[in-house]
Write a protein that binds this ligand. Structure first.
Ligand SMILES: C[S@@+](CC[C@H](N)C(=O)[O-])C[C@H]1O[C@@H](n2cnc3c(N)ncnc32)[C@H](O)[C@@H]1O
Length: 311
């Protein structure tokens, strides 16, 4: 079977199966292409960087049977392709991934290469915290984008941290990217010039409606209470004490952005837009965090008392 025919057939099989996408691949055709590369043993990333495909390649019998196996597994198990191939691509970098951590796909991929300029001065970034690091993809990309910085990668999940440790080792970044296991800021006792955070922000309704593919990922990566803001609001209360005086915090709030703006309506969020979303990430400066905190802890936004140990 020739390469284009293999891609066309696989695309059709995936389309008929009505799968869900969005975990590294956006549609059946993109997934089919990746599966055919994997089955034929051709280096996908080399061809993608050349924006070309091996049109004349003929898949031998072994390649065709591997193609069928991967396609069958994808359709029958509804496992995301990244978990089947144990590989994810994020901000131009390859990462090891498996079911212990969510598949890298954050909006941060578009902003890290630009080093959050003009709000951050890359030469002044010496300490970075990646809160909710998962597989370590954002931590590693930050370490690559800010070569003078050390990065603390923190997560509550020991499983996710094991995946992060493997990726940090693969990139040879053990000296500059350290790991911390803790709930939110637990175990963290320093200030940072930059805090990046892609936290759980999925509301209860959205969480219940997640397609089967997303249910293969760890629940703890998604759900953040009724309106999706449990983690973000508590983090904003505490984050001031972990930033240096000129520090900034950048947070992905995705589907919870609208509700966040409603609750904190007098806060001047700096929204960092991406190709697909105008309000994907927000940025706040250290000087703004005191008033944000006061606004959050003031009733009626949080009805139960919040214990704050802040300056
Ligand atoms: C949306 S995922 C992001 C992972 C990774 N940064 C990425 O972009 O692929 C959210 C992460 O937050 C972690 N997490 C959830 N609740 C947490 C908490 N209370 N404290 C620390 N990490 C938490 C999860 O384990 C998960 O790895």
């Amino acid at each position: 079977m020739r390469f284009p025919e293999a891609v066309a057939r696989t695309t059709q099989q995936l389309e008929v199966a009505s799968l869900s996408y969005g975990q590294g691949f956006q549609n059946a055709a993109d997934e089919a292409l990746r599966i055919v590369y994997a089955a034929s043993g051709v280096d996908f990333w080399e061809y993608m960087s050349r924006e070309d495909h091996p049109h004349d390649l003929v898949l031998n019998d072994d390649a065709v049977s591997t193609l069928q196996e991967i396609t069958r597994e994808r359709i029958l198990s509804r496992k995301p392709l990244a978990y089947i191939l144990k590989e994810a691509w994020f901000s131009g970098q390859r990462f090891y991934i498996d079911e212990r951590a969510i598949i890298p796909r954050s909006y941060f991929a578009e902003w890290i290469p630009d080093q959050f300029r003009p709000w951050a001065d890359p030469d002044q970034i010496e300490a970075v915290l990646d809160l909710c690091c998962g597989s370590g993809c954002i931590s590693i990309c930050c370490a690559l984008a800010f070569p003078n910085a050390t990065v603390l990668a923190s997560d509550t999940s020991g499983d996710a941290l094991d995946v992060a440790a493997q990726n940090i080792q693969d990139y040879g970044l053990q000296e500059r990217v350290r790991l911390n296991r803790g709930n939110m800021f637990e175990g963290i006792d320093q200030r940072f010039d930059l805090i990046v955070c892609n936290p759980p922000y999925v509301s209860t309704d959205r969480f219940r409606a997640l397609p089967p593919e997303y249910c293969k990922e760890p629940d703890v990566a998604f759900h953040a209470g009724e309106d999706g803001l449990d983690f973000i609001l508590e983090m904003l209360i505490q984050s001031g004490q972990y930033l240096t005086p000129n520090g900034i915090i950048v947070v992905e709030s995705g589907t919870a952005s609208e509700r966040l703006e409603e609750l904190l309506d007098d806060t001047s969020f700096t929204w960092l837009s991406t190709e697909s979303d105008e309000k994907a990430l927000f940025l706040l400066e250290e000087t703004q965090l005191k008033s944000v905190r006061n606004k959050i802890i003031k009733p009626p936004h949080i009805s139960k008392p919040v214990s704050v140990n802040n300056d």
